[in-house]
Design a protein around this ligand. Structure first.
Ligand SMILES: Nc1ncnc2c1ncn2[C@@H]1O[C@H](COP(=O)(O)OP(=O)(O)OP(=O)(O)O)[C@@H](O)[C@H]1O
Ligand SMILES: [Mg+2]
Length: 282
């Protein structure tokens, strides 16, 4: 388990490993680069959105981020991804990087699934590969085995409108994964789903992360989702968003989700997170 001050348990052993940007799941062990956000502030003209945010994510760790609507969560992910330049502060991915240098290290799953309606499910999932120059047949061949693993077998040729909400979210997640980036930035990945499908998707994502460790920043407004999936959870204040508190999760991503989220320890953490969200002390 990592802390903001101590050495992360899964820190890369060499700086070469730390800055390695290889395909996700491909021969990088449990290591990707660690992410360090230091004294980060951002304003849109006069509107201060993020206020001196300090966050570290160890290599292979999942950091959950919860906060009220409009506190700057999506802005934070866009800045880490390099899609937006910070007003102040630094972002390191392995090493400190400019926004342009962060782009190749991160895959962002934006809020809303944003699948292209005219492409089939498999071509949507393979988009990053075809954009990178792969032939369509080759790209489909690389994505196809994962369709089975994600419970999408038989729906390769379906258009997004022919898929359920949960299936669209899985295709969107697969597209993010296929980008082959070591850092995953997930912005409300299951927000559009009903409670039952959402719980299923959380178990499914826990399984994916157990098989392939990634360095993940997971934004959600669902405290239970954050506490179930994350090694640590950062709770943000209202805008301008700052980190109100950070909570450590003892045993995240347990196969028995229902058992995990109804345990006494989980209830205590949930209460602390909800208090912090409400503006009180955790
Ligand atoms: N491109 C932009 N130009 C100007 N203001 C923006 C822009 N993008 C976001 N904002 C403002 O920044 C603030 C934070 O927006 P952001 O989307 O980061 O919030 P959020 O925490 O992701 O909210 P939600 O939980 O509703 O998704 C909001 O007040 C929003 O209006
Ligand atoms: Mg948002």
């Amino acid at each position: 388990m990592s802390t903001e001050t101590g050495a992360p348990a899964k820190e890369p052993r060499t700086s070469a490993e730390a800055s390695k940007v290889g395909p996700v799941g491909a021969d990088r062990g449990a290591f990707g680069p660690a992410v360090a956000i230091r004294d980060l502030s951002h304003s849109f003209d006069e509107l201060r959105v993020l206020d001196r945010v300090e966050l570290s994510v160890a290599a292979g760790e999942v950091l959950g981020i919860v906060g009220p609507s409009g506190c700057g969560k999506s802005t934070l992910l866009e800045i880490v991804a390099g899609l937006r330049a910070e007003s102040e502060g630094t972002v390191a991915i392995g090493v400190p990087r400019s926004p342009a240098d962060r782009l190749p290290a991160c895959a962002l799953m934006p809020q809303g699934d944003l699948l292209l309606p005219w492409l089939s499910a498999i071509d949507n999932a393979a988009l990053a590969l075809t954009v990178a120059g792969a032939r369509r047949g080759e790209a489909r061949g690389r994505v196809a085995p994962l369709f089975e693993r994600l419970g999408l077998a038989g729906f390769e040729r379906s258009r997004p409108r022919e898929l359920s909400g949960g299936m669209r979210q899985r295709v969107a997640f697969l597209r993010t994964l296929m980008a082959g980036k070591p850092v995953l930035l997930l912005d409300e990945p299951f927000a559009a789903l009903d409670a039952i499908t959402r719980a299923e998707m959380q178990s499914w994502l826990a399984g994916v992360l157990a098989e392939d460790a990634h360095t993940v920043l997971l934004v959600t407004h669902d405290v239970e989702e954050a506490l179930y999936l994350s090694d640590r959870v950062a709770v943000m204040s209202r805008r301008p968003g700052r980190i109100a508190t950070k909570l450590e999760v003892e045993s995240p991503r347990q196969p028995d989700r229902a058992g995990a989220v109804t345990s006494a320890g989980f209830a205590e953490l949930k209460q602390a997170a909800l208090r912090a969200l409400a503006g009180g002390s955790p």
